[in-house]
Design a protein around this ligand. Structure first.
Ligand code: 3PG
Length: 306
């Protein structure tokens, strides 16, 4: 059995070592394709493998067609918007993710970004503190819950919106449930986005929501750039010079936005949310275990396609 790890943005070496151990101890062979420069390299590499472990790497119909023995793809991470689930199902391939394994890393980055923005990019002028400020969390999944935990440590007043999460789960975490997205944005000085990119959420955060934020509002997006309506963001930043925006991964029009709004905006040059060795170890080893459990025992607890 051949297991391919294909990562344009590689895991930390220590994570790859751990994955190798899991795979080889289970009697399979690891094939490693890191920092590949062309799609052809990926298409060639999948030709003879039984399983594929990826990060944000794009896996579409062309990849499935090039991989006749592929049985399982595990996205080492949470968001699987990079995998064409319909094509996977059509090729009888099981797709899984590893929910929660990198969520603390993303949550810590939220506060790294928030402190930097509130301290005016450390430019020497007086900024503001997070203590006693309102924090609104959009989606109370694994990342959102870690954001709440850390936000409590900062002494923030926390609320969250998540139609899929019962109110009592939030309340037990010391978080006030909010039932409309309008209320979340209107009432929180800092809003942190943790919704997935789906047809329903793409472009769903735009002018009306952003411009409704309280004075001095900060929007932090460590989810996907696609959930933001960039025209709306630009208009809100233009009309409200007190607002700030920080994101993990630059928007499409990053250069223009940076040029127009300077230090009121910040974008990581590459997606950094899960770029810690701890997150790589957690998600990578979980992915390797899930691959072997699927191939050897048919386990598919984290399957995301039908
Ligand atoms: C995720 O969905 O798990 C994060 O966005 C991490 O993505 P990455 O593995 O490409 O860093």
């Amino acid at each position: 059995m051949k297991i391919l790890i294909a990562t344009e943005k590689p895991f930390a070496a220590v994570a790859v070592d751990g994955m190798r151990k899991v795979i080889e101890e289970a009697g399979a062979e690891l094939v490693l394709l890191e920092k590949y420069g062309s799609r052809k390299e990926l298409l060639d590499a999948v030709a003879s493998v039984d399983a594929l472990i990826i990060r944000s790497d794009k896996v579409d119909a062309e990849v499935f067609e090039a991989a006749p023995s592929l049985k399982v793809v595990v996205r080492a991470g949470a968001g699987y918007d990079n995998v064409d689930l319909g094509a996977a199902t059509a090729h009888d391939v099981c797709v899984q993710n590893t929910p929660g394994q990198n969520s603390n890393a993303v949550a810590e980055l939220v506060f790294g970004l928030a402190v930097m923005m509130c301290r005016n990019m450390y430019n020497g002028t007086s900024g503001s503190e997070l203590k006693d400020k309102t924090l609104g969390i959009q989606a109370f999944g694994q990342v959102g819950r870690n954001v709440a935990r850390i936000g409590r440590g900062f002494g923030m007043e926390i609320s969250a919106l998540d139609p899929y999460c019962p109110d009592n789960v939030m309340e037990e975490a010391g978080v006030s449930p909010v039932h409309s997205v309008e209320d979340l944005y209107r009432n929180n000085k800092v809003v942190s986005i943790h919704i997935p990119a789906t047809p329903e959420t793409r472009g769903s955060i735009g002018y009306d929501l952003i411009a409704s934020m309280p004075k001095g509002g900060l929007l932090v997006n460590t989810a996907r750039k696609e959930v933001i309506d960039e025209d709306g963001l630009i208009r809100a930043l233009e009309e409200r010079p007190d607002l700030k925006y920080a994101a993990d991964v630059a928007p499409e029009r990053a250069a223009e936005i940076k040029e127009r709004f300077g230090d009121r905006v910040f974008f990581t040059p590459k997606k950094m949310g899960a770029q810690t060795s701890e997150a790589n170890i957690n998600a990578g080893i979980a992915a390797a275990r899930q691959v072997m459990a699927f191939l050897l025992n048919g386990e598919q607890k984290y399957r995301v396609n039908k």
